[in-house]
Ligand binder design. Structure first.
Ligand code: C2E
Ligand code: CA
Ligand code: CA
Ligand code: CA
Length: 274
């Protein structure tokens, strides 16, 4: 069993034909996904705690197999990374987000998850620049989320790519903070605009020990001067606690579930304000 993310354990047994078939199917589907319209993006609202308004959304990728079955990203993203499909899919996601942003002024910033493989592929930042220009979208309306848990060697190329993105006005966020060991050293190497605290910390905050851990992380990030977003806000109590702690932004099922792009235009991605 291999842990691929919070609350998700994918059992992969190479001797089990079911497991390996599944991976091969996914790999094959990913290759034809764009031409067959098997991928789409959904957007989850991000709420500014000070204003109570949704000022951002996170783009999350969805995949359907040819038979219509949905495959969760925790299952297909690793396959896309292993096979290299992630590079094309990632570019498609950036292009789609720019197009969707153009269609609405209700959302200021959309964040896109990027895999280290994309960052390491030469031309990433110039692709972003060209796409922003094509749709005439301001760079400041894009944020890139880089996950802490992943294997990424922060070398000169990565640092240059990130500074190129920031030169375009785009933001760079650190995702799933606290889930790996890299976070602290990454904070020293990269000037992140926002750090997203992994939802496990909020969910464990119902115990004294859990609450302490969350508060320690918050004060550590404050000392670094980054903006803080807490993930996994599922209840009114969670939201009140985040207000009390002075968190900048929150995201979670209580604020809103991921929804199709069409809802962005009507404002329905903003189910309620505080
Ligand atoms: P993530 O970037 O940490 O995204 C947040 C995940 O938490 C999403 O799962 C979202 O639906 C879920 N979530 C949001 N609010 C809540 C909540 O209140 N409670 C709980 N329990 N969960 C919540 P999703 O969409 O299944 O995505 C899983 C992961 O797949 C993402 O984690 C991200 O790492 C990756 N992913 C998704 N889309 C992309 C993409 O376009 N590119 C890349 N490279 N990775 C992606
Ligand atoms: Ca993310
Ligand atoms: Ca996250
Ligand atoms: Ca994640």
């Amino acid at each position: 069993a291999k842990a691929t993310g919070r609350n998700t354990v994918v059992v992969f047994d190479p001797d089990d034909p079911q497991s390996s078939d599944d991976s091969e199917d996914i790999a094959a589907t990913l290759k034809i996904a764009l031409e067959h319209g098997l991928v789409h993006l959904v957007y989850q609202p991000i709420r500014n705690v000070q204003t109570g308004k949704t000022d951002g959304v996170e783009a999350l990728m969805r995949l359907r197999m040819l038979d219509g079955t949905a495959v969760p990203p925790d299952r297909f993203i690793p396959v896309a990374e292993r096979t290299g499909s992630i590079v094309k899919l990632g570019r498609w996601a950036i292009r789609t987000v720019c197009r969707d942003l153009l269609a609405t002024d209700l959302v200021q910033v959309a964040s896109v998850n990027v895999s280290p493989i994309e960052l390491k592929t030469p031309g990433f930042a110039s692709y972003v620049a060209a796409t922003l220009a094509e749709f005439d979208v301001a760079g400041a309306r894009l944020a890139f989320e880089i996950t802490e848990g992943v294997e990424l060697e922060i070398d000169q190329d990565v640092v240059r790519c990130i500074s190129d993105l920031r030169a375009l006005g785009a933001q760079v966020w650190l995702d799933d903070f606290g889930t790996g060991f890299a976070g602290l050293s990454w904070l020293r190497l990269i000037d992140f605009d926002t750090v997203k605290i992994d939802r496990s910390f909020l969910h464990d905050s119902n115990t004294e020990r859990g609450k302490r851990m969350l508060l320690d992380i918050i004060s550590l990030l404050r000392n670094r001067g980054v903006k803080i977003l807490v993930e996994g806000v599922e209840t009114i109590e969670h939201q009140l606690l985040m207000q009390q702690y002075g968190i900048n932004q929150i995201q979670g099922y209580y604020i809103g579930r991921p929804a199709p792009a069409a809802r962005l235009e009507t404002g329905n991605v903003l189910p309620f304000s505080m």
